[in-house]
Design a protein. Sequence first.
Lengths: 255, 304
Amino acid sequence: MTEYNTMELMIVAAARNLENGKTVGVGTGAPCAAAMLAQKTHAPDLVIMFEAGGISPQLPTMPISVGDSRTFYRAVMASGMCDIMETCQRGMVDYTFLGGAQIDMYGNLNSTVIGDWKKPKVRFPGSGGANDFASLCWKIMVITPQDSRRFVEKVSFITTPGYIDGPGARERAGLPANTGPHKVITNMAVMGYDGKTMRMRVESIHQGFTFEEVQKNCGFPLLKAEKIVVTPAPTADELRILRTKVDPQRYIIGR
Amino acid sequence: MFEVVAQGEGPLFMDPDADKAREFFQKKDRTLKNKVMSEKEAVEKFVHDGDYLAIGGFGANRIPTAICHEIIRQRRKNLTFAGHTSTHDFQILAKVEICEWTNYAMALRFKAAAMGVSFLPGRNIVGTDTFKYSAAKVVKCPFSGKLFSLYPALWPDVSAIHVHESDIYGNCRLKGISIADLELARASKHLIITCERLVHNDVIRNDPTQTSIPYYLVDAVCEVPYGSFPGNMPYEYFSDEEHLRLWMKSEEDPEKFKKFLDQYIHWTKDFNEYLDLCGGLHRINELRAQEHLIQIKEQKEQPK
């Protein structure tokens, strides 16, 4: 069996969730690496979109920022922020792929503050384009390491909407119908959401981990899918492409 | 009348009245005149204490560094500030009052202003604490009965945008993604353009399809080659990640940050001196190679 590290496993698992011919709005870091890996393996026609205006680039190297030159390298269009977000708002963007500081059982994300908003312990950059993508794309995917400080009962601030407080909450608030969290990919498992309660549930567990370990590293009770499968290990091919073509400088996979 | 269903409790720093904006724009000079000046002169003339200032670009991409520096050098005070993911261009504001928005929300606020209307609707931000601490409102659509967020127009007093080319009147061309700069240019009461190079008016007139900012929006044109440094300029040079890291590192400690600002901004006369201090054309050549994905010899031995 080929050796791989946690970040490599997360990126490979994430990439497999992106289908050829679909559209995805991504941020930098692991989500971008996953989109890039998908583009270079099973999904060459995956349309990657960046919030600052890059549409369908053939990424030559990992972008440093969602607005740098790489995000529209050999792209079909160098557009702008309104065009990108309005394409999402119109219903033409299938997925968004985000990271997040904190996540709760409904997939709400906090990237604004830890503690009270008025007197925060830590202040983060805030929404950026994350709220926009998560409000307007059809399905939200999140890639983040699993630990109970990130997976919390209640996020201290909802920066970016998941299912808010349960079934129907997104529509009641005014968000587009039938949108919302889809998958959470961690170093231990892939989670989806229960269609009735809209709560996070474990769907597959990576080799070497148990449900109990996943639960132990999560600050709220996780639901279980009817059948929990073992996440297939990264293949030699996926790892080779990830290491040589996607992130040869090891910016992300070296973390 | 719209039925307001919810509203954020955040502060609104600017009046979104479209008629007041029209009054201003009615008087804005549209004569075709030479607007070329130094960054120093542009900031002296068009940036005042207490202004609402907006900066074009995104993060460290196509940013008007020379104007940001000059504003610091001239020690402008009590500025209100807006920018997109502005990590590096404006860490200088000491005490701040924050209103939460999202990137698209800010783009919509500029777009509303550019359209000359006092608000625009969207479907983002609702249902979150980002909304709660914004100055947006949620209303019931009079046509469909569904809920929409409304964003108030934002007409900044002054903005600075860096572009590839401009003529002496301020007709501008930019390459690559436009981010929210075309909306911002039209929303701004005063607009300072910095450009990589000045081009003759004939160049503009021979291919007007390439003009994205017309001259009558512009108040000052400053020719600043490599003017987005240490940021990225599409098709010209990549960002200087080493210098940006040095900047971020210095921000961790107020004393160190003061030294950094002194050394790189207060004690340099202008952008050219700053660029020289950062490695000058030699460094730019390396960043050009990076931008064009050219492997030059020095690049192989990457300093860690």
